[in-house]
Structure formats: structure tokens, C-alpha cells
Design a protein around this ligand. Structure first.
Ligand SMILES: Cc1cc2nc3c(=O)[nH]c(=O)nc-3n(C[C@H](O)[C@H](O)[C@H](O)COP(=O)(O)OP(=O)(O)OC[C@H]3O[C@@H](n4cnc5c(N)ncnc54)[C@H](O)[C@@H]3O)c2cc1C
Length: 577
């Protein structure tokens, strides 16, 4: 399997389907011109193919190892990390005043796709550092920023996100780690966090943990959670780094992303500093989580593309059977399996999903950049509206279908796909976690139904209106109205419908994007596109037709399911399970 960066399609999604060129008109992003972005992506594309993909399957075989409190990442990870650090990649979207390149989120989202498609485990280390950067940049005092942010930006220190405890997963109100003020601005942190991605490793000289804990006398539950920054090694006055009581107790042995360390981190009188206001830790953490959720959605898209590329290569080479209408390659012993309708169904599903997801991601990414830096307050609000609505859909729909598509990739490759050697089964295993972490997909669905739709009911939805997606849009509107009405009477109605509703939303959003894609492709062809460009736009039209005719009808079944209401689910007696 060889992964190639999808540069042409990225250019299409960001610059032809959406107005990516407008990024360079936003204050602070003047350098993000299409030419510069293209060269950034070309360079990362090379690193992805030549450096990161070759250590993907070896990293999976070797995994991380734990000894005496230290974690060793797989062979080649450290060298690859150093290469990226020296190239300034870790601080790609960090502010220039901290030493970053100051690129828009949009660019980091595209780069993230290439990183994740070539090596998801490796990409995790960079993703977590970026998450910690974002939380500190938004909420820390200037003093704390000065202490930690430049190091995170240059990548010599890495970051983590320590939320989960054995008894506190989805329900972070149950967090019991404590933080006691020392009187000098510091806090003594005690407790144990589990499932901490990149919690311990050998890629950087220090690791900065962003952690949720409780102050003495904090209110019960979610309203009593505060955020702290706790370094693994504390800097003494002479600049020496000394242990700070934040140590790794063990690592998990898990189904996928084996090259990414998943750690138990114990805090024993570790010294930390408050980030943001006391008892407002969830608000601070959400800044980090929203960006992280979009990046997890990108993981689903990335793995789907890697699987698609591998499946196409396989389907062209594997000779089995003859085309149903007679041999297509009579001089060969058999036809390549790409002639078979069922194989084509799978390949086209993967393609239509991947390209649709890339378009949806591009849309959200551009809206986020506008929401953060546009000079026009109306435009900022519009960007924020759309990005916050799309975030749970991108996270959950793109990872649910991303997993499904990786699975289809394996199916295309038959028995070879199931063996370790070909790489497909690793993609399936790696994709599975994306549906669970960063808020399970069920929780994303509740966020969409309970918070995002409730916030500005109807206002968001009008953006999806476009004639070819009319039927699906009509269903989405009816389901939305039904949910609003029923959910008000009984919250279990909303809870029972949430996951199907999120999928209905995803299919409808993709319909809108495929309609828009077809329109752009038709215009380009009518304007005289020729050669490779003409083939590219014609393929877009074919894929749009496939999506509308073969995938979008699923929205009908989802609509029917939603309308059955809570009873088939909730009337089953608990003791009968
Ligand atoms: C490989 C890996 C890496 C991770 N990395 C990190 C990390 O870096 N930092 C970190 O803090 N955590 C991390 N996590 C933890 C991860 O975010 C949690 O596993 C996840 O949030 C779910 O929590 P849980 O496992 O406790 O499941 P639970 O919360 O016990 O959920 C179990 C099931 O119940 C459902 N459920 C729970 N509550 C509700 C509800 N109110 N309504 C409807 N359904 C509900 C869930 O959707 C799920 O299907 C990681 C986990 C893994 C496996």
C-alpha cells in the first residue's frame, strides 16, 4: 500500500469549492496565500509518504514499550519527530510571537489529514501538543504562557490532556483529583489519570500535562472542576529540570494506534498552576476539545482515504473472475477485480465519503478562521455558528463512516486485507478508537440534538437549502421539528433519536456539498477545462451522482427510524437484558 497526498483534491475542496484564497485577506493570515499553502502541503506530502508511512506498520508491530516509568516509542518515531520539529512543523499554526508559523487553522487541518493518513499513532503526539498550546494560549496568564508556550511551539516540550479517571469518563463531574493551594501561586496536585495519550514518551525533553482537578471546597460535580498545568519536569531557578511528581504508572495494551502511548499518569504532590478561573475548568477544556474534535473527524477522513488508495491499488492488480458482461482483459488469465460491480460499489462509497468529508472539513475549517479573526463581527458570528454546529457532526459522522470505509477497504482486499502484511487491518483497528475518544460518538449526537440545535433552532439549518438535496433536507427539517417538539415533552425522545439524527444530518450535509461540487465541476468543464483537469471534474460529477443515488437514500431509512420514537428502545425491561 502506498499513500500519496491528495493535493489535487485538497486544492479543489479549499480553493475551488470554497474560497480558501480569502484566508490571506484576514488580519494576521496575510502570508497564507494559495501558493504558500500549496508548497506547505507539497512538503508535508513528501514527509508523509517518505518518512511517516514507512514507520506506520513497523510502529504498529513494535508498539510502545514501558520500563521503569519510561516509555519508548517505536523505532524511527524519534527521528521523524526531530525532523518535523527542526522544520518548524509542530508550531505550524502557533502564533509568530511564540515562534510559530502563524498559519490558519485551515492549513493545519489539511496538514493534519496528511499526518493522520500516513501514520495516525505518530500524529497523536503532535495533536496533543497543539491541544495543550490552544488551551494555554486562550486561558493561561502571561507568566504561564511565557513559561510553557514557546517550548510547546518549538516542539522541544510536548503536551497532554488529562481528563479521564477510572470512575470519570464521559461524566467528568466525577473527577476526584485534588488541587490544594500552596500560597505562592502554585498548587499541590494529587490523583491518578488514565488513558492519557502521549502521557509519557521519549520524543521530547519535557511533557506538559493539562489536567482537570478539584480545589478544596469546590462545588460538587461538573461545576467544581478547575484546569491546571502540571509539567512532568519542573524548572528550578537555575533552569535545571527536576522531577515534579507526575509519573507514568503503566501503559495500555490496545486494539490500535499501538505506536501512540496511552498512559496512567500518577500525580503525587506534583506542583501545578491554575489555568483560567477557579471552577471554570470545563470551559477552558472545551476550547481544547472543540479543536481536538475536529481533528478527530479529520482522522476518520484520513484513514478512509488511506484505505481507499490501498483498495484501488489492490483492485487494479488482483485478477479474479471475469466481468459479468464478458472478459475485459481477454489476454490475461482473469480480469482485475475492479471490473466487478460489488467491488466498484465499495470503492465508490469510499471515494464519495472521503471527498465529501474533505469538503465538509474544509468548510468548517474556513468558518473557524473567519470566526476567530474576521474584522466583521457579523462574519465572526456566522463562522462561529456554523463551526459549532458542524463540530459534533464532523467528529461523529466522519469517524463512524471513516471506520466503515476502512472496513470496506479491507473487504476489497479479501483475505489479504485481513492479514497484517497488507496494512488494511491496521487501518481498521486504528480507525476504531476515533469513534470513542474525544467524547464518544453517542455524546456528540446528544451535543448536536441537545445543545447545538436548541441554541439557535432553525437558524443554522437554512444554510443547507439547495434543490438537489431537497428531499433529504425536507426530512432533516421534519426530523428537527419533531425532535424539538417531542424532546421538549420527554428528553428520552431526543436521546433515543440523537445518533440517527446526527447521521441524517451528516448525509444531508454531504448532499449539499456534493451538489455544490457538481455545480463547480460543471462550470469548470463548461469554461473549457481540458486534459487531467477535465478528467478530474468528470470524476467529480460521477462521484456526485453515485453519492446522490446510492448513498443519500440512507437518509430515508434514518428518517423512518427516528420517527419510531423512544418506545421500541425504552420499553424493553431492564432486567430482560
Ligand atoms: C486510546 C485512548 C486514548 C485516549 N486518550 C485520552 C486522553 O488523551 N485524555 C483523556 O482524558 N482521555 C483519553 N481517553 C479516554 C476517552 O476520552 C474515554 O474513553 C471516553 O471519553 C469515554 O469514556 P469511558 O471510556 O469512561 O466510557 P463511559 O463514559 O463509561 O461510556 C460508556 C458508554 O456509555 C455511553 N454513555 C456514557 N454516558 C452517557 C450519557 N450520559 N448518555 C448517553 N450515553 C452515555 C458512552 O457513549 C459509551 O458508549 C482515551 C481513551 C482511549 C481508549
Amino acid at each position: 500500500m502506498e499513500y500519496k497526498a491528495p493535493l489535487r483534491d485538497l486544492r479543489f475542496a479549499y480553493y475551488e469549492l470554497f474560497d480558501g484564497a480569502s484566508l490571506a485577506e484576514l488580519p494576521g493570515y496575510e502570508e497564507a496565500t494559495p501558493d504558500l499553502v500549496e508548497s506547505v502541503l507539497e512538503e508535508m506530502g513528501k514527509i508523509a509518504t517518505e518518512v511517516l508511512q514507512p514507520i506506520n506498520s513497523t510502529g504498529d508491530e513494535e508498539g510502545c514499550t514501558f520500563k521503569d516509568g519510561e516509555v519508548k516509542t517505536p523505532e524511527g518515531f524519534k527521528e521523524a519527530y526531530d525532523l518535523l520539529r527542526e522544520g518548524g512543523w509542530i508550531g505550524l499554526s502557533c502564533r509568530p510571537e511564540y515562534g510559530g508559523m502563524g498559519m490558519p487553522h485551515t492549513v493545519s487541518m489539511m496538514v493534519s489529514e496528511l499526518l493522520c493518513a500516513s501514520n495516525l499513532s505518530f500524529a497523536m503526539y503532535i495533536g496533543l501538543t497543539n491541544g495543550a498550546y490552544t488551551a494555554l494560549d486562550h486561558h493561561a496568564t502571561d507568566e504561564l504562557k511565557e513559561k510553557f508556550v514557546p517550548k510547546l511551539t518549538e516542539g522541544s516540550w510536548a503536551g497532554t490532556m488529562c481528563l479521564t479517571e477510572p470512575q470519570a469518563g464521559t461524566d467528568l463531574g466525577l473527577v476526584s483529583t485534588t488541587a490544594v493551594p500552596l500560597g505562592d501561586g502554585g498548587f499541590k496536585i494529587n490523583g491518578s489519570k488514565i488513558f492519557v495519550s502521549a502521557g509519557e514518551h521519549d520524543l521530547t525533553e519535557n511533557i506538559i500535562h493539562l489536567i482537570l482537578a478539584r480545589l478544596p471546597d469546590a462545588p460538587e460535580g461538573i461545576k467544581g472542576i478547575s484546569m491546571f498545568v502540571v509539567p512532568k519536569l519542573r524548572e528550578e531557578e537555575d533552569g535545571k529540570l527536576v522531577p515534579n511528581g507526575a509519573t507514568c504508572g503503566s501503559i495500555e495494551h490496545k486494539m490500535g494506534i499501538k505506536g501512540s502511548s496511552t498512559c496512567v499518569i500518577n500525580f503525587d504532590d506534583a506542583i501545578g498552576y491554575l489555568v483560567g478561573e477557579p471552577n471554570k475548568g470545563m470551559r477552558a477544556m472545551f476550547t481544547m476539545m472543540n479543536a481536538a474534535r475536529l481533528h478527530v473527524g479529520v482522522q476518520g477522513l484520513a484513514l478512509s482515504d488511506a484505505a481507499y488508495q490501498g483498495a484501488v491499488q489492490f483492485a487494479r492488480e488482483r485478477l479474479q473472475g471475469r466481468a459479468l458482461t464478458g472478459a475485459k482483459y481477454p489476454d490475461q488469465e482473469a480480469d482485475p477485480i475492479i471490473v466487478h460491480p460489488d467491488v466498484r460499489r465499495m470503492l465508490l462509497s469510499m471515494r464519495a465519503f472521503t471527498e465529501g468529508a474533505r469538503a465538509l472539513t474544509a468548510w468548517a475549517a474556513l468558518e473557524i478562521d473567519h470566526s476567530e479573526v474576521s474584522a466583521d463581527p457579523e462574519r465572526r458570528l456566522e463562522g462561529d455558528d456554523l463551526a459549532s454546529l458542524l463540530t459534533p457532526v464532523i467528529k461523529a459522522f466522519q469517524t463512524d463512516l471513516g471506520f466503515e470505509m476502512a472496513n470496506l477497504g479491507m473487504q476489497v482486499c479479501g483475505g489479504y486485507g485481513y492479514t497484517h502484511e497488507y496494512g488494511m487491518e491496521q487501518l481498521v483497528r486504528d480507525a476504531r478508537i476515533t469513534q470513542i475518544y474525544e467524547g464518544t460518538n453517542g455524546i456528540q449526537a446528544l451535543d448536536l440534538v441537545g445543545r447545538k440545535l436548541g441554541a439557535h433552532f432553525g437558524r443554522y439549518l437554512r444554510r443547507f437549502f439547495i434543490a438537489p438535496a431537497y428531499k433529504a433536507f425536507g426530512r432533516l427539517q421534519r426530523a428537527t421539528a419533531w425532535l424539538a417538539e417531542q424532546g421538549m415533552k420527554n428528553p428520552e425522545e431526543a436521546g433515543a433519536a440523537a445518533s440517527d439524527y446526527l447521521h441524517l444530518f451528516g448525509y444531508t450535509a454531504f448532499a449539499y456539498l456534493w451538489a455544490k461540487t457538481a455545480k463547480v465541476a460543471q462550470e469548470k468543464l463548461a469554461a473549457g477545462a481540458s486534459g487531467d483537469d477535465a478528467k478530474f471534474y468528470e470524476a467529480k460529477l460521477h462521484t456526485a451522482r453515485f453519492y446522490m443515488q446510492r448513498m443519500l437514500p440512507k437518509s430515508g431509512a434514518l428518517f423512518g427510524t427516528i420517527m419510531t420514537g423512544r418506545k421500541p428502545i425504552m420499553e424493553f425491561p431492564e432486567e430482560a437484558f
